[in-house]
Design a protein around this ligand. Structure first.
Ligand code: NI
Length: 137
């Protein structure tokens, strides 16, 4: 059976601050530059969720994209959109909300709802030119 990848795009807006509590403001600025601004800053995050698997003989689908849309809405958009990631998303209470850490959190939230017979990859754009991907490795 051919294995096909289906993709769903989504987006959310969120604020964050990159810093370590155990570092001085000077050290945080040295490492994270203006991303360490104590008053936070925002991004328009773009997300691409990709599922790879065999085409179901009965439905002709790899995964129902309507179902994936709902899953992303409930698990990701409602949790992240218009939020301050540092203050309002519990996963980032003690985890620096870099794009790298955000993509892993998103992956883990989705992975538990998706059959292991499907490969999952999450691509997260923090800006149009800066993006990260994670597929559980
Ligand atoms: Ni930033």
């Amino acid at each position: 059976m051919p294995r096909v990848t289906v993709h769903r795009k989504a987006h959310f807006n969120a604020a964050h601050r990159l810093y370590r509590k155990d570092w001085s403001d000077e050290k945080n600025f040295e490492v994270f530059n203006k991303c360490s601004n104590p008053n936070y800053h925002g991004h328009n995050y773009e997300l691409i969720v990709s599922l790879t698997g065999e085409i179901d003989k009965e439905t002709g689908y790899v995964y129902d994209l309507g179902k994936l849309k709902k899953l992303i809405k409930i698990e990701i958009e409602e949790v992240f959109d218009h939020k301050n990631l540092n203050l309002e998303v519990p996963e980032f209470k003690d985890l620096n909300p870099t794009a790298e850490n955000i993509v892993v959190v998103i992956y883990n939230k989705l992975r538990k709802h998706i059959s292991l017979s499907l490969d999952l990859e999450v691509r997260l754009y923090e800006t149009p030119r800066n993006f990260v991907t994670y597929s559980g490795n």
